[in-house]
Design a protein around this ligand. Structure first.
Ligand code: CA
Length: 230
C-alpha cells in the first residue's frame, strides 16, 4: 500500500501541482484548502501517513494548525512538512517548534520536496525493524508496535523524536555530534541545519520529562549528546 499524503494549501494551483507530483510518485493524495476541512476529515477517520501544510493560510495559519494537530493524542504522530515562503532561520525554527517535522522553503523543486517526503516517511517507521523490544534503564521501545514505554507507561513522541530515541537506545553511553545524529537519523541525502537537532532533542526531553527521565539525554558541552542514565 502506498503512503497516504494530505495536502493543506489554500491556493488551488499550487495544491493541484503538489497533488500531481505526489501522485506521480505513487502516493495516495487527499487535498484540503482549510484547516477546518482537515479536522473534519480526521474526525471522519481519515488517517494520512504525512501532511504537507502551507504556512500561509487564510484563517488559522499553518503554524496554528500544526500546533493544534500535535496537541491531539490521536493525531500527534502524523508527520508534518511545512511549506514556507519564509527563509529566515528563526521562522523555520518556529515551524519546528510548533511541531512540524520538517520544512521546505518556496520555491522548491518537486524533486527536493519528494526527497523530504521520503525522508520523513522513512523516519516515521516504514523502515523494517529487526527486533521487537529494546530496553535501556526505565525506557523501553516496542519497535513492532512503535510504542515507547517509560516505567511501563506509554508516552507519545513525534516521529523524529521516536527515531532519535530509537537511535539512542541502539547506541547508549556514546557521545554523538549533531552532524552524526543528522546522518544517522535524518539520512545523508537530506540537508538539515544542526540547530534542527537541538529542537528535536528539546522535544524528546519534554516527552521524557513526563516521567522524569529527561536526564537520560545528556548534553556534552562542545561535542553533542549522549544517552545514558549514569
Ligand atoms: Ca497559501
Amino acid at each position: 500500500m502506498s503512503a497516504k499524503i494530505l495536502i493543506l494549501e489554500d491556493e488551488r494551483d499550487i495544491r493541484e501541482m503538489l497533488a500531481f507530483c505526489m501522485q506521480q510518485a505513487g502516493y495516495q493524495i487527499e487535498q484540503a484548502a482549510t484547516a477546518e476541512r482537515v479536522f473534519a476529515l480526521l474526525k471522519e477517520g481519515y488517517k494520512p501517513d504525512l501532511m504537507l501544510v502551507d504556512w500561509m493560510l487564510p484563517g488559522a495559519s499553518g503554524i496554528e494548525f500544526t500546533k493544534k494537530l500535535k496537541k491531539d493524542p490521536n493525531n500527534q504522530t502524523i508527520p508534518v512538512i511545512m511549506l514556507t515562503a519564509r527563509g529566515e532561520e528563526d521562522d523555520r525554527v518556529q515551524g519546528l517548534e510548533a511541531g512540524a517535522d520538517d520544512y521546505v522553503v518556496k520555491p522548491f523543486s518537486p524533486r527536493e520536496l519528494l526527497a523530504r517526503v521520503q525522508a520523513v516517511l522513512r523516519r516515521s517507521g516504514s523502515a523494517v525493524q529487526v527486533t521487537d523490544k529494546m530496553t535501556y534503564g526505565e525506557i523501553q521501545i516496542d519497535t513492532a508496535g512503535h510504542r515507547v514505554l517509560v516505567k511501563g507507561d506509554e508516552i507519545h513522541l513525534g516521529p523524529t523524536e521516536y527515531k532519535i530515541l530509537h537511535f539512542f537506545l541502539s547506541h547508549p553511553e556514546r557521545v554523538f555530534s549533531r552532524g552524526q545524529l543528522l546522518d544517522s537519523v535524518w539520512g545523508q541525502q537530506v540537508v538539515v541545519e544542526e540547530r534542527t537537532v537541538d529542537v528535536h532533542i528539546r522535544r524528546l526531553r519534554k516527552g521524557l520529562a513526563e516521567h522524569d527521565v529527561e536526564h537520560y539525554v545528556q548534553t556534552v558541552r562542545g561535542s553533542g549528546y549522549r544517552f545514558s542514565n549514569k
